[in-house]
Design a protein around this ligand. Structure first.
Ligand SMILES: NC(=O)c1ccc[n+]([C@@H]2O[C@H](COP(=O)([O-])OP(=O)(O)OC[C@H]3O[C@@H](n4cnc5c(N)ncnc54)[C@H](O)[C@@H]3O)[C@@H](O)[C@H]2O)c1
Length: 348
């Protein structure tokens, strides 16, 4: 039997628990070491998932030095993605990193280059791609039923949902607000279905209007240092396509209006994210199709994402969500913040 790939987890907080469940489901890999700067986080996670007490670290450099690993799985706040990824590559590991890949396009480029130099895979945990909706829509695109996508809209709005947990609202640790937390998911989904066209410019507005009035929210407004609680952007691509994006943690809208929405319109058909719908002209009628028996995907998207990463490593295939794609998303996110600051359209 093939030896299991040995995984070191870096950052044992909230999302790491879902990663641990994903690793536990995987027959070809196992988490053998955990690093977290917080003792309770690393000890509780080790106990919950059965990782040996003598394989716990407060410093990832020490972990990489002491434990032989094939993979590092990085679940730290956004500002602490790049450094452990570079260290992981330097130690000869493949790297799975949570979204957003980093807090700047330059960091992302460094991560891509380090992966190339080490000849190891970099995968970004864009979990929506592994959802039933994502897989269904991608199947229609692959079948040529959508044609050239020339216009899209994506939104994910929380009416009242500033994170009161983790370090999401602290600019130093997270680098950005809802754009980095939520916008990254919908932009990635739209670009994944559009085959990652080259972005040329972004025009955006960022607003900070409600986060200092925390009625119905539990965060501490004094700790709120990210630049926005809502952002709206318009992106142009070199192929002439355009995409609008809206995202928020706090906005005066209904839950119904706030739902994750991705609409993509092509020359042959259109796509809507949920329920996954294909819109096409058929027999002189504009017709909506939704699958009766949907694409089969695992319930735990993170387990599917981990399975795809492990399979790519074992079969010598490219990363299922490569750094180069995340770089395009990161350039757009950086563009939204830059345009939000200046009030001008910016090149990306
Ligand atoms: N895919 C998703 O839907 C999803 C959901 C939530 C979070 N995330 C992403 O996951 C990442 C972590 O988010 P979270 O909610 O789990 O945060 P969290 O605050 O719950 O956990 C982060 C952990 O990292 C630890 N940490 C911080 N710096 C460290 C370092 N240098 N070395 C080792 N450990 C360190 C912290 O002590 C903490 O335990 C973020 O990038 C976030 O965007 C993704």
């Amino acid at each position: 039997m093939q030896k299991k790939l040995r995984v070191g987890l870096i950052g044992a907080g909230g999302i790491a628990q879902s990663h641990m469940a994903g690793w536990e489901e995987n027959q070809n890999a196992e988490v053998v070491a955990i690093c977290d700067i917080k003792r309770k986080a690393r000890e509780d996670t080790a106990e919950r998932w059965g990782v040996a007490k003598n394989a716990l670290f407060d410093d990832y450099e020490k972990m990489l030095e002491k434990v032989e690993l094939d993979i590092v799985d990085i679940c730290t706040p956004n500002a602490y993605h790049c450094a452990p990824a570079l260290a992981g590559f330097a130690a000869g590991c493949h790297v799975l990193v949570e979204k957003p890949v980093a807090i700047s396009a330059d960091e992302c480029r460094e991560m891509i280059n380090a992966g190339k130099q080490a000849d190891r895979l970099l995968m970004v945990a864009q979990v929506l791609r592994f959802s039933r909706e994502g897989q269904t829509l991608r199947r229609w695109v692959d079948a040529g039923l959508v044609g050239d996508i020339y216009w899209g809209h994506c939104s994910l709005l929380r009416p009242r949902g500033v994170p009161a947990w983790g370090e999401f609202i602290d600019a130093e640790a997270s680098g950005g607000g809802p754009c980095y937390d939520l916008g990254v998911h919908i932009i990635d989904m739209a670009l994944y279905l559009m085959d990652f066209p080259e972005p040329t410019s972004v025009s955006a507005a960022t607003y900070l209007k409600l986060a200092d009035k925390p009625s119905l929210m539990k965060h501490n407004p004094a700790k709120y240092t990210v630049p926005e609680d809502m952002a709206a952007g318009f992106i142009r691509f070199a192929n002439g396509a355009t995409l609008s994006v809206q995202t928020s943690w706090a906005l005066n809208v209904t839950e119904a209006a706030a739902r994750l929405n991705v609409i993509l319109c092509g020359t042959e058909g259109g796509l809507q994210y949920s329920p996954p719908t294909l819109i096409r002209e058929e027999n002189g009628m504009l017709t909506n199709s939704t699958p009766q028996v949907p694409v089969e995907v695992p319930d735990n998207g993170i387990a599917a994402e981990i399975a795809a990463f492990v399979e790519a490593i074992l079969q010598g295939r490219p990363s299922p969500v490569p750094g180069e794609q995340a770089l395009i998303t990161q350039r757009i996110l950086d563009g939204i913040y830059a345009s939000g600051r200046t009030g001008e359209e910016v090149e990306v």
